[in-house]
Design a protein around this ligand. Structure first.
Ligand code: URA
Length: 420
């Protein structure tokens, strides 16, 4: 087999065999195929796509490029959940504890944020002492004890995806449905939970901008997951506006804790309950109605907050934040933005809010760059709200930037108003 033939075939939209795809992934992971050759093949995929069989084959070859975890030491049914990434998406911090409080096991490996979307690991690291790098045996022990743990992805899982994702990022080859599917599903299949719930975000702040593309990705990921022998469901959720009011690492942990304290309702609460209910149903806990009631009860009884408290403590973090959110790191500087006239909010563009938050220090512009855990935005308005002149629209926070002028312009640009 040789790389030129493989690139040429995909360039001509000819289907590759399983053996050719396996060879391509293995030869790239080992260094035999060069970055520029893989970049050419990835661009051919972006332009011409892959068949479903090729996508399954690529996903499995990427999964097999590194370790596949053996979760048999975890008692009971394991369910993993993955979001394709969005702005203000703190659902993992809520639904892991909710699902665990309802009797299933949620072993989660998450990533860091890049660009305008946040990463669960960065959010958790805003909790003083919280350790996201743990040996597998400790991870499994926490899951067996509390039902839920989150660590960062181990270096030995899917090395092929690590190399390919970096290359795609640097060559404008991220937004391809088969490549996104293979990248996400190879990591999920390497974690190897019994069931898998995929939250495909759709809208201005997501990779998938249209409902049609989001549905396409969702159905493809389901078929790939099932082809690999997993119970798998993908649902499409809205990411046209940020999820919840808080955007930024410590601010999002705060909102997740407040939700588990029973203080947050609205779209964030509804999305979390829906996702948790789907996880429970996938795990065979009952009908979707029964699972929805169980998830709501886990929040209202405080059982889910208790899971989070015990998980934070076992991962070395300050679990007192579950009772007093003011113990989370606080920004040195803040800046409130108020309405200059009476307006109705017609839209909140989540990508623009994500970019404003990144400018305040909440995200990274380069891989492994530093972030400010305290930075971000708390929205005081949402779509459909009527806001009176001089009433607050949002507050910006940062500890690294005391001049809010540029970020404020960007944040206000995210809002579409109409006069009332
Ligand atoms: N998240 C991933 O892990 N991979 C992609 O390609 C896109 C989002």
């Amino acid at each position: 087999m040789n790389i030129i033939d493989i690139i040429s075939k995909t360039k001509r939209s000819e289907e590759l065999s399983d053996e050719e795809i396996k060879w391509l992934v293995n030869s790239y992971t080992s260094g035999e195929t060069a970055d520029y050759q893989m970049a050419a093949w990835l661009m051919a995929v972006c332009l011409n796509g892959l068949t479903e069989r090729e996508t399954v084959s690529l996903t499995l070859a990427m999964r097999d490029s590194g370790d596949i975890l053996d979760l048999s030491c975890i008692d009971g049914i394991t369910v993993d959940k993955h979001s394709t990434g969005g702005v203000g998406d703190k659902t993992s911090l809520v639904i892991g504890p909710v699902a665990a409080a309802c009797g299933i096991k949620v072993p989660k490996m998450s990533g860091r944020g890049l660009g305008h979307t946040g990463g669960t690991i960065d959010k958790l690291e805003s909790i003083s002492g919280f350790r996201t790098e743990l040996p597998f045996a400790d991870f499994a022990e926490i899951v067996n004890t509390t039902g839920f743990a989150i660590i960062s992805q181990s270096g030995d899982l899917c090395p092929a995806d690590k190399k390919m994702y970096a290359l795609r990022n640097a060559t404008s080859a991220v937004d391809s449905i088969p490549l996104i599917c293979a990248s996400i599903m190879s990591k999920k299949l390497a974690l190897n939970a019994d069931c898998l719930l995929l939250d495909v975000k759709c809208g201005s702040g997501a990779f998938m901008k249209t409902q049609e593309d989001a549905e396409k990705l969702a159905r493809l990921m389901e078929r790939v997951g099932r082809a690999a022998g997993k119970k798998c469901r993908a649902i499409v959720t809205d990411m046209d506006s940020p999820l919840g009011n808080n955007i930024g690492n410590a601010l999002e942990v705060r909102e997740a804790v407040e939700l588990l304290q029973g203080k947050v309702k609205g779209p964030l609460y509804d999305t979390c309950i829906d996702l948790a209910a789907n996880m429970l149903e996938l795990a065979g806990k009952g009908t979707i109605e029964q699972c929805t009631a169980m998830a709501e009860e886990a929040v209202s009884s405080g059982a889910a907050l208790d899971v989070l408290r015990r998980t934070i403590a076992m991962q070395g973090g300050d679990s007192n934040i579950c009772d007093d959110v003011s113990l989370l790191p606080q920004a040195k500087f803040s800046h409130e933005i108020r309405a200059s006239r009476d307006v109705r909010i017609v839209a909140v563009n989540s990508e623009e809010i994500g970019m404003a938050s990144l400018m305040l220090g909440a995200g990274r512009t380069v891989k492994d760059g530093d972030i400010d855990a305290t930075a971000g935005i708390v929205m005081a308005c949402g779509v459909g709200d009527n806001i009176s002149m001089h009433a607050p629209l949002m507050t910006l926070y940062s500890s690294v930037c005391s001049d809010f002028s540029e970020a404020a312009v960007r944040a206000v640009r995210a809002l579409t108003f109409e006069d009332i």
